[in-house]
Design a protein around this ligand. Structure first.
Ligand SMILES: [Zn+2]
Length: 226
């Protein structure tokens, strides 16, 4: 899809496993098949991350910059740089501004608590972004995401009771898409496109919680080199 000046691709099973077998695999150990599948989605150099559910944001100064960094978000103002995060149930968020600054963030409940979405938008503004818009990709939805107790209270304390959902079985749940929207609104981003796909319900996506899938889909954001 288009998002302002950016191209955004949310992948699923059809594009194959785009992950790297865990957070701590070194970059030169990446499987050639993974590299080929990534190139088929976007042939530009990827800034991919060893995601740790934190709030660190990588600034890619040239295409491919920061690949393999332990972080959960990346931004750039460079055309020709592909920014990616890998997910199974956590939320992939694509960001872009008309100024040409783009970003990507990975957020589950820990990322929401850490404020990674707000940190990513703030870092984009530091690069000159003004009107930031967002796209939210496939992630686990409330009907499939039983979640409660003090962890849910903590997320609600940070982002409001809008994050409190209910599962299909009537149990307390985290409404992750609502949490992402609340975090984006907190950062002044109100224009949000949601593909509205639940990774647990969808036969076309990987889900850790539903099926213990170890493969990963991706969101990739880039501006084409001119
Ligand atoms: Zn579902």
């Amino acid at each position: 899809m288009r998002l302002g000046p950016a191209e955004v691709r949310f992948t699923g099973r059809a594009e194959g496993d785009l992950g790297h077998g865990g957070a701590y695999v070194e970059i030169d150990a990446l499987d050639p098949g993974v590299l080929a599948r990534r190139a088929a989605v976007c042939p530009l150099p990827w800034t991919w991350l060893r995601q740790v559910h934190g709030d660190a944001v990588v600034v890619a100064k040239v295409p491919g910059d920061g690949a393999g960094t332990r972080a959960d978000a990346a931004i750039t103002d460079q055309a020709g740089a592909a920014l990616a995060v890998l997910t199974a149930d956590c939320a992939p968020v694509a960001l872009a501004s008309e100024d040409g600054v783009i970003g990507v963030a990975h957020a589950g409940w820990k990322g929401l608590l850490a404020g990674v979405v707000q940190e990513t938008v703030a870092a984009m503004r530091d690069l000159g972004a003004v009107d930031v818009r967002a796209a939210l990709g496939p992630c686990i939805h409330a009907e499939c995401y039983e979640f409660g107790g003090s962890d849910l209270d903590a997320v609600a304390a940070r982002l409001g009771d809008v994050v409190r959902g209910t599962t299909a079985f009537g149990r307390p749940a985290l409404d992750l898409p609502a949490g992402i929207r609340a975090a984006l609104a907190d950062a002044g981003v109100t224009e949000v496109v949601d593909v509205d796909v639940c990774t647990s319900c969808s036969a076309g996506h990987w889900s850790w919680r539903a099926r213990r899938d170890t493969a990963r889909q991706a969101v990739v954001v880039w501006r084409s080199p001119t």
